[in-house]
Design a protein around this ligand. Structure first.
Ligand SMILES: [Zn+2]
Length: 442
């Protein structure tokens, strides 16, 4: 089994010859050099960083741990006025990505990219996808791609560089139609959101896709439940890869190698850390915390120590594929998505996903915590296959109690299990799923 293709790509990017091996030392000294360059560049060109980094002495950033001397950048600061982060004139911006969080009146988040910034992402998509497809393959992209510079558009461009055809379908609205395309257009690989791809596998027409027809699936844009990976692997006999990225990272951040044990990262373009979400202190490998990244090659809008709000940890052991690249374990939901109940019990969607998605009739669900006479109450609205009968709600209820936090909170009298049913399910596509907290609205 081959080493992650990201390794040879990164080696070339940082200027190491084919004869020499890539070492952590060489990569870190490149990263530190780029980091100092980024700090200088951002301080010279961005009004935000001019004041934020005024006190930083670049010559003091000599070892990886010195990055902790730099201040964090937060989403709130981006939301306040992202134009303060710009390092180039508006005329040099090729694409602005606007992200609105659904169901809120919060201002949208905007990220600006130059043509060079987008090219770096296309290059990453090209190398990352070579892990799972080969020349002549066809990839159906179940993500937005109409606009130039959108994720689907950049992916198509990256795939074209290795003679793979990327076909943008967009988000799934009609699963039957997508299944028809997979068969009639001889698709080898799917790229999509975990829950949307799961719904394809559980559609009544899913049996039209012969076992072994699809060679790989890449899940992205939201945390990927292990339960969904297991269902897809069993249904289609495919290898299911995880991609980790967010718009702020330039859409792409890292991808799993064929060992499927955590992401290898774009280490020549991005510097990742995991920090204690409370104290901000960097954590050693193996300890879970908040993912933080710094752009090392971004021109339009560099970000320094940007707090992602995602929960993950670095895996302490080297990957069995043999690369020296680090491995970030699969992201386990968002820190802000935790619901803290009286008594300190924490609920999050990633844990609910692991017990609910194995239920063979479940297509999607929404979890809401509300207040009932001062006590927290968990309601679950479910979307199920047509074959699911009246036993679905009690099975969901039973599965919920497999989550330790739910079981304990129920035993402590801090949580009640409320309604489980189909009526309250509101069809919508939310990219980042979460448990909805309605306690304060009441
Ligand atoms: Zn690997």
């Amino acid at each position: 089994m081959s080493t992650s293709p990201l390794e040879s790509w990164i080696k070339t990017k940082i200027g190491i010859s084919a004869q020499e091996p890539l070492t952590r030392g060489a990569l870190e000294s490149y990263q530190l050099h780029r980091l100092r360059e980024t700090v200088e560049y951002a301080r010279q060109h961005s009004p935000f960083y001019r004041s934020r980094l005024a006190e930083v002495r670049c010559e003091e950033i000599r070892a990886p741990e010195d990055i902790a001397r730099l201040p964090f950048t937060t989403t709130a600061e981006l939301l306040e006025d992202e134009r303060r982060f710009l390092c180039v004139s508006q005329g040099e911006i090729e694409r602005v990505v606007t992200i609105r969080s659904s169901g809120t009146t919060a201002p949208p988040k905007r990220l600006h990219f130059t043509a060079e910034d987008l090219e770096l992402t296309v290059d990453f998509f090209h190398r990352g996808m070579s892990t799972m497809v080969k020349p002549g393959d066809r990839v159906l992209i179940l993500m937005p791609g109409e606009l130039p510079g959108s994720v689907g558009d950049l992916l198509v461009k990256g795939l074209r560089r290795m003679e793979v055809e990327g076909i943008v379908h967009g988000l799934v609205r009609d699963a039957g139609e997508v299944i028809e395309r997979i068969v009639s257009e001889e698709i080898h690989c799917l790229v999509g959101l975990p829950v949307q791809v799961l719904a394809l596998a559980r559609h009544p027409d899913a049996a039209r896709i012969p076992l072994g027809w699809l060679k790989s699936v890449l899940l992205s844009a939201d945390h990927v439940p292990s339960s969904v990976v297991r269902v897809l692997t069993a249904a289609w006999g495919v290898r299911v890869f995880n991609h980790y990225g967010m718009t702020e990272m330039g859409l792409g951040g890292g991808v799993e190698c064929r060992r499927l044990r955590g992401y290898h990262l774009r280490e020549a373009d991005l510097w990742f850390e995991v920090v204690d979400p409370e104290s901000g202190r960097p954590l050693p490998d193996g300890e879970p915390g908040e993912v933080v990244f710094t752009t090392l090659t971004r021109r339009g809008m560099p970000l320094i120590r940007y707090r992602t709000g995602d929960r993950a940890r670095f895996l302490p052991d080297p990957c069995s594929c043999g690369t020296v690249l680090r491995r970030l374990e699969r992201v386990r939901g968002r820190l802000a998505g935790d619901i803290i109940l009286a008594g300190g019990h924490r609920l999050n969607i990633a844990e609910l996903d692991e017990v609910l998605f194995p239920l063979p009739f479940l297509l999607d669900y929404q979890a809401v915590v509300r207040s009932d006479d001062g006590r927290a109450c968990l309601d679950i609205a479910i979307e199920t296959t047509a074959a699911a009968g009246g036993e679905a709600p009690p099975l969901v209820r039973r599965a919920l109690l497999e989550v330790r936090a739910v079981r304990r909170a129920v035993a402590d009298g801090r949580l009640m299990l409320g309604a489980v049913g189909r009526d309250a399910f509101a069809r919508s596509i939310s990219i980042k799923r979460t448990v909805v907290d309605r306690r304060k609205e009441q």
